[in-house]
Design a protein around this ligand. Structure first.
Ligand SMILES: Cc1cc2nc3c(=O)[nH]c(=O)nc-3n(C[C@H](O)[C@H](O)[C@H](O)COP(=O)(O)OP(=O)(O)OC[C@H]3O[C@@H](n4cnc5c(N)ncnc54)[C@H](O)[C@@H]3O)c2cc1C
Length: 206
């Protein structure tokens, strides 16, 4: 595979203000950083951006766009199709963005893009609550939700996606947008648009 030559000056600019870590093929930790849980996908990104904040995601995305690099986003890294890594591109790794909080009064949870199911389960169960997510704890909440999300509670409480209230999106041009049924509903439709279809098919109560 052909190695990608990244311009040092613009890499340094990306490093300025980057709160997480940028890992390059020449770094000792590169093989660990590029590995995904699903080892079927053995790819070699040009750069692994271990983001610690949304501003890191915006910066990594901008860098990839500027340099014409393909982009992959990694949450839990379970994708069987290998969508959470890439060859010769920018891997936006969200494993450093796993904060979450549960509001027991409102019975809602807020999770960062890289949070895992086991974290959500534990935080919710501390209040005697549960969200209908999948059965394996190290699956990503965002990745599972984007795929619909099914598990043991679905007959009573629906698919994970049916419980999604809103999302904070970084768009392809680096804008940060809050989307829900009321705000930017067109953008919210992308990840959640199948909800009506699922309801029609399965008669699930929301
Ligand atoms: C062992 C195992 C058990 C599973 N169990 C269940 C189950 O019980 N129920 C069920 O419904 N599914 C289950 N799945 C399927 C699983 O939900 C999907 O593979 C899901 O896409 C994994 O999400 P992830 O974040 O772990 O993986 P990733 O590979 O990291 O992400 C999957 C996709 O979502 C994208 N993505 C992830 N996070 C973000 C984000 N924050 N923003 C934008 N894009 C993002 C990635 O780019 C990728 O395209 C299971 C899969 C495995 C391998």
């Amino acid at each position: 595979m052909q190695a990608v030559q990244l311009d040092v000056a613009s890499l340094n600019t990306l490093r300025d203000g980057f709160r997480g870590r940028l890992v390059l093929p020449s770094d000792e930790e590169y093989d660990r950083a590029r590995a995904v849980w699903n080892a079927i996908a053995d790819r070699h990104p040009a750069i692994v951006a271990r983001c610690a904040a949304v501003t890191d995601v915006v910066a990594a995305l901008g860098f990839a766009r500027e340099h014409g690099l393909p982009i992959a986003v990694r949450g839990g890294g379970h994708s069987v199709a290998g969508f959470s890594t890439c060859d010769a591109g920018m891997l936006i790794d969200l494993s450093g963005m796993r904060r979450l909080r549960v509001d027991p009064k409102a019975r809602t949870a807020w999770v960062e893009g890289g949070a895992l199911l086991e974290q959500l389960d534990q935080a919710a169960q501390a209040f005697g609550l549960a969200c209908p997510v999948g059965v394996i704890g190290h699956t990503g909440v965002a990745g599972l939700t984007l795929g619909g999300g099914m598990a043991r509670m679905q007959r009573m409480h629906g698919f994970t996606i049916e419980n999604l209230i809103s999302i904070d999106v970084v768009t392809a041009n680096g804008e940060q947008v809050h989307a829900s049924d009321d705000e930017h509903p067109d953008l919210f439709w992308g990840p959640s648009g199948c909800r009506g279809e699922l309801r029609n098919r399965h008669g699930v109560r929301l």
